[in-house]
Design a protein around this ligand. Structure first.
Ligand code: UPG
Length: 497
């Protein structure tokens, strides 16, 4: 690799990092993938101050990245590739006009290979490790060529990831809708239905969707060759699935459960002051602080597009439930068909979700079950109303509601099952009933709350001194350091597997 005219710029501290004390983190440009890796960078900097952490991102993501990081993490910016089908300035999936543009976005991010290679070539010595998202599969080949080990990150739980890998390689015999089946290698009591199988896996069985092809190539060719896999979860929630997960990687590779990463990161002076609350959600909740646990927080994350007909039913259902709600809606052109009253707040902009969830006025989270939302909700002792839509969210809902017992199921897919069929709509009566089931302090609601409380304590314990995640982070650094050797003449590190 030639190190001529590198096309990257450093924003932050300028010190030239030495290999053995340097970790490079490269997140995919989607909020649900970026946030946990920002937290990983912050956690590493907080607990291993002798390591220099460099976060790699693109210009359009710089401000968001910087806001989530302590000043000690160095940020390097590489240009986002121009793609004829992608409007200039769209550098994160939450800015995509629809899910249909996602394949184009993936192709654009694959073009980051060259500036990424230039960046690595400009380093004085190979870093201790590269931590990069599986969507950036090219990072494996570039790092490998440069004699650098790569730790892959998927954003998912060990449960969902192990499920994806197992079912992708061992499809079950056809089963009817709603019939539960056992997944090879999983504990006997864990059974799932066909519609809980993650989208990418189900589609891979019978379509040639371009996104699925991309993901399959990423995993088969690159991901399984990683030195290990970083998981934003913790042993009490996910240890039953780590052995299955590890079996897909090269012998000796480990799944490192070092989360919840936002708790492991803690709050630096910079991130503590930074609270992006453009819609004044927190003051609105403060007004309801006298009624602890009375508000349902509603959000479908940063990727899901919910059809207007479904949003209408949800609005009616929330009002009919009689409970207060705070709802972050992504669709700019949708208006509620019903007067939501003073106790129903709908916001369009960014919600400071973690702070909202830990606010005393909030009692539950109606969520699409993105993995970050699951962790944030349970860590804040908030039980969940699960409403998965896409990706591995139905598996996460299974995990929360049936395996952990900290949630009530509201519905499943709000999206059309095919391009010609109408969206599946969960009716208002069902929404209202499920909200009341959890919020009306019946016996079931109390036992679900108790489970959320247990997960909250386990999550905190995991990241404290001596906790499973804190120990795993230390072991990860120790093992990387113990096996670090500079590049040999053939461009391979001795420890490369
Ligand atoms: O207004 C908002 C919206 C989101 N968030 C944060 O954004 C993240 C959203 O992540 P997540 O809940 O995981 O949802 P998605 O953005 O939908 O996540 C994608 O990535 C996840 C991790 O791989 C997957 O589990 C999901 O299925 C996939 O849709 C969380 O940290 C939220 O706290 C906010 O703080 N404010």
């Amino acid at each position: 690799m030639a190190a001529t005219a590198p096309s990257h710029a450093t924003a932050g501290v300028e010190s030239a990092p030495a290999g053995r004390d340097h970790v490079v983190v490269f997140p995919f440009m989607a909020k649900g993938h970026m946030i946990p890796l920002l937290d990983f960078a912050a956690a590493l900097a907080a607990h291993h101050s002798d390591i220099c952490v460099t976060l790699l991102t693109t210009p359009g993501n710089l401000a968001f990245a910087r806001r989530g990081l302590p000043a000690s993490v160095r940020v390097v910016v590489i240009p986002f590739p121009a793609h004829p089908q992608l409007p200039a300035g769209v550098e994160s999936t939450d800015a995509l006009s629809s899910r249909a543009v996602f394949p184009v976005f993936l192709r654009a991010t694959a073009m980051l290979q060259e500036p990424f290679a230039e960046f690595l070539a400009s380093l004085p010595s190979p870093p201790l490790v590269l931590v990069s998202d599986f969507f950036l599969g090219f990072t494996q080949s570039v790092a490998s060529d440069a004699g650098i080990r790569r730790l892959t990150f998927h954003g998912m739980s060990a449960f969902s990831l192990a499920l994806c890998f197992t079912l992708a390689t061992r499809p079950p015999a056809p089963v009817e809708d709603g019939v539960q089946f056992h997944v090879p290698g999983f504990p006997e009591n864990v059974k799932i239905t066909a519609d809980e199988v993650p989208d990418a896996v189900r589609q891979a069985w019978n379509t040639d969707d371009p996104v699925i092809q991309f993901l399959e190539d990423e995993v088969r060719h690159w991901d399984y060759r990683s030195w290990g896999v970083l998981v934003n979860s913790f042993a009490a929630l996910d240890e039953d699935y780590t052995t299955i997960l590890e079996s897909f990687y090269l012998p000796g590779s480990r799944a490192w459960l070092v989360g919840p990463l936002f708790l492991a990161a803690g709050e630096s002076p910079e991130t503590k002051q930074e609270c992006d609350d453009p819609e004044d959600c927190l003051p609105w909740l403060d007004e309801r602080a006298g009624r602890p646990g009375s508000v349902v927080y509603v959000s479908f994350g940063t990727e899901v597009h919910v059809p207007a007909a479904q949003l209408d039913e949800l609005a009616h259902g929330l009002v009919e439930s009689g409970h207060a709600f705070l709802w972050g809606v992504r669709s700019a052109d949708w208006s509620p068909p019903v007067d939501t009253g003073a106790d129903g707040k709908i916001v369009r902009g960014w919600v400071p979700q973690r702070r909202v969830l830990s606010h005393p006025a909030v009692g539950a989270f109606l969520s699409h079950c993105g993995w970050n939302s699951v962790l944030e909700s349970l860590a804040a002792r908030r039980p969940m109303l699960t409403w998965p839509v896409m990706a591995e969210q139905a598996a996460n809902a299974k995990h929360v509601a049936d395996i952990v017992g900290a949630g009530v199921r509201v519905g499943r897919l709000a999206k059309p099952v095919s391009s010609t069929s109408p969206a599946v709509v969960v009716g208002r009566a069902q929404v209202a009933e499920k909200v009341r089931q959890l919020m009306d302090s019946g016996e079931e609601g109390r036992s679900i709350l108790a489970r959320a409380e247990e997960v909250h304590h386990a999550a905190r314990a995991a990241v404290e001194e001596g906790g499973t995640s804190r120990v795993a982070l230390r072991q990860l650094v120790e093992e990387l350091r113990a096996t670090y050797v500079a590049v040999d003449g053939g461009g391979q590190t001795a420890q490369e597997r």
